[in-house]
Each structure stands twice: as C-alpha cells, then as structure tokens.
Design a protein around this ligand. Sequence first.
Ligand code: NAP
Length: 345
Amino acid sequence: MSEQVLVSGANGFIASHSIAQLLEQGKRVIGTVRNPNDATRTAHLRALLGAEAGLTLVAADLTAADPFSAYIDVDAVLHMASPYVLTVQDAQKDLVDPAVQGTVSMLRAAAKSPRVKKVVLTSSMAAITDEPDGRVLTEADWNDKSTLTRNAYYYSKTMAERAAWDFMEREKPGFELIVINPFMVIGPALSSEVNTSNQILVDVAAGVYPAILALEWGFVDVRDVADAHVRALSASGAKGRYICAAGNRNMAQVVQLIRKAGAASAKLPSLNLAHALGTGLMTLASYAQPAGVGSYLRTHLGRVPRFSNSKIQADLGLKFRDVDQTIIDTVQDLIRLGHMPAANG
Ligand code: NAP
C-alpha cells in the first residue's frame, strides 16, 4: 500500500498545493477541514487529479477536545491548520488557542499511533522574528517580542511552535518533528478564494496603501512551500526548523511587477514615502489602523528582513522559483479569478 498522510487544514492555500503534490506522487491523503460537506471550501480538493481514489476529507476543529485521534492511523502528518488573520476580536481565543491547542492535540494523537514516523509542522518566519533588525536571521533565532497586543498572529505561531518542541522534549514520542518556517507565501491558488498573503498584492493594486511605503517582504512561492513540506516527509537527513523564503522585494518593486503582470494601474500607489520622513508619518498614521495592521506597520516600516535559506536548500534539496516570476504568476492568477482588475479589462 502507498504511504498515507494526514493533512490538517486541507482546504487552505498551502495545504491544497501540498495535497496536490502528494496525490501526484501516488500517496493517499486524509485531509481535515472544518466542514467536509461545505462544497464551496472543498470542491477544489475533490477536483484534484487522483483525489477520487486517494483523498478522504474528514471533519476536525482545532479547538475540539481531541480532534485528530480518530484519523491518526497514518504514516505521517502535515499539520498546517492554524488561523491566519491579522485582525481579530480576541487574540487569545481567535488566534493563540486554536494554534497552540491544535498543535498539541495533533502531537498527542500522533504519539499514541505506532504508525506515525514523522510530523511536519507549518510554523512561520513569524516564529523567527516580528521585527527584522538587520542581522541575517537563521533557524537559531526566535521571536521573543510578540504578545497578545503586539503582532498577535506572530505570537500565536511562536507559541504553537514552542509548544511543539516542548512536547518533543518532554514526551519523547516515537516520531520525528520537522518544522517549516515560511516567509510571505504567494502564488497561484487552487481554490477561488484569496488567502491573507495574496491579499496584500490585491490591496496594493486596489489603492489600500496611500503611497509606496518603506516595506520589504521575504517572498516564497506556494508551490515551493508545498514542495518543502512534501520533501520534509521523506528526506532522511532532515532535522529541526527550516526557513523557507526565496528572496526579498520592496514595495516599489512589487508595484512595478504588478503593473508588468498586466493589472490595471489606476489605483497603484505612486507617491513615494519610502524614506525616513515617510516612515515617520506612516508610523504616526499606524495608530489609526486596526490593531493587527498597526503593530505590523510599526515593527516593519523601514526594516529590511535578512535571512539565510541555505539549510533548506542543502538538507531538502529545495530549489526556489524566481521571486519576480512568482509575483507575476500570482497577479495573473488573481486577475484570472476576478480579484484584481486587468489593465485591458
Ligand atoms: P489558509 O488558507 O488561511 O489556511 C489556514 C487553514 O487553517 C484553513 O484550512 C483553515 O480552515 C484552518 N483553520 C483555521 N482555524 C481553524 C480551526 N479553528 N479549526 C480547524 N481549522 C482551522 O492559510 P495558509 O497560508 O494556507 O496557511 C497555512 C499554514 O501556513 C498556517 O499554519 C499559517 O500560519 C502558515 N503560514 C502561512 C504563511 C503565508 O504567508 N500564507 C506564511 C507562513 C506560515 P478554514 O478554511 O475552515 O478557515
């Protein structure tokens, strides 16, 4: 029988691509979603090549008492489910509880299953830093600044990953834990929804940003992030955490690439505030933004993230797509799906 993998949050942006790649390799997948009968969130999975024979969708909520034990008789796990939203009502309840409880529930379930050999957890660059400081960040770095009121999503990812390593240390289960820490994941979507990270490109094109700001992001293509997870399942030398990011682009470059990809340019920002005075003004203005957006701006404006992605290339043999091409592919997919207007539309 082929290898069987449990994937949580199966309908998500990254998970959908991961499942597509697992099915292409002939693996069998059990995917957890909140509601398997909700066709609007699952039809794209059922339409994947090989899904009819190889994919089973089941129901699981991260905050349920024991959401995963019923499905854990598998060879390996990709734990990807976690709320990915920047603005919430109650950061503890809406972000931290599901992230941490879901991770611990999955590891507890896996520890009771003699068949599970490996769990790959989707953490984030958010667990490495929430405020780039000019140093080259590596897997040895931890975000120790986020709190419930400062970059709460980052805090939820940090707490969840810490809980996972603490569990491994304390329980010494019979499986290995590998953690993938992606930066900003963008790329073509397998569903028609816009994920939180692709939404940033939609927002830039829609004029949500008043000007070109001193913001710079590390990007990685969703197809490469899925590839990293699938490789981590079988790579024998894999160990620990893996920064997963291809390279940086700043907002001015992103604006140029959106235009080059054929999106309507009428609302693209043109005023240049990517300088010290602009950053000062925008920092003041950030206090009028919703809490999640405000703290993001205050910790990222004027800061250039630097990181090493050599470990993931060496251990997993991952090759990153070119960032410019990823941005162009993403924009063209967003236009195709009707989320961004075309220049000639
Ligand atoms: P996504 O499309 O929003 O996927 C998140 C998944 O988590 C969805 O399937 C969602 O289910 C599920 N989920 C959220 N709360 C849940 C709950 N209480 N119970 C059960 N399922 C729940 O986002 P994504 O970008 O693919 O993110 C996947 C993983 O990658 C997350 O762990 C995220 O933190 C991590 N990550 C993402 C990025 C990025 O830039 N996209 C970067 C680094 C790390 P519903 O559809 O039902 O809400």
